[in-house]
Design a protein around this ligand. Structure first.
Ligand code: HEC
Length: 120
């Protein structure tokens, strides 16, 4: 019985740690990251900002957003070889500031909040 309790509490401890680690990884919500790191180039409502050459993101589907973000992420490591220079630079800055974000969560945030086609 005692052994079972120890095993059980160890299990809970492990789960709690994993959860804490996950929380730590994403200190900021997608909304916070978007407002602070993305909106200046892509617009407060993802309508785009021609001045910064940031394209609109409110016309992309959730899947398209996700794919694009994965593309940009891999370009950062020199895998893709495309010309996403501005975004690459920006992603490095985001990492430096500890403003990591989850790609699926960010894609969902942009789609749900800004795309007129998202079902409310
Ligand atoms: C310094 C300006 C700048 C910032 C800040 C910025 N972007 Fe971008 N982004 C661009 C530019 C310019 C492009 C288009 C060229 C390219 O693909 O790199 C782009 C492209 C994209 C694309 C692909 C759009 C498409 O139509 O294919 C997505 C998705 C995107 N950005 C998301 C984000 C997110 C999310 C953030 C915040 C974490 C962000 N961007 C921050 C400038 C910026």
């Amino acid at each position: 019985m005692k052994k079972a309790l120890i095993v059980l509490s160890l299990g809970i401890f492990t789960v709690a740690c994993a959860y804490a680690a996950k929380e730590e990884q994403y200190k900021y919500s997608s909304k916070e990251v978007y407002q602070q790191m993305c909106s200046q180039c892509h617009g407060a409502n993802a309508e785009g900002n021609p001045e910064k050459k940031g394209p609109a993101l409110n016309d992309l589907s959730r899947t398209e957003l996700e794919m694009e973000l994965y593309n940009l992420e891999s370009d950062k490591y020199g895998v893709g070889g495309s010309q996403h220079d501005i975004m690459e630079h920006n992603l490095k800055k985001i990492q430096e500031k500890g403003m990591k974000y989850s790609i699926p969560a960010m894609a969902e945030f942009i789609f749900e909040n800004f795309n007129p086609k998202a079902k409310k």
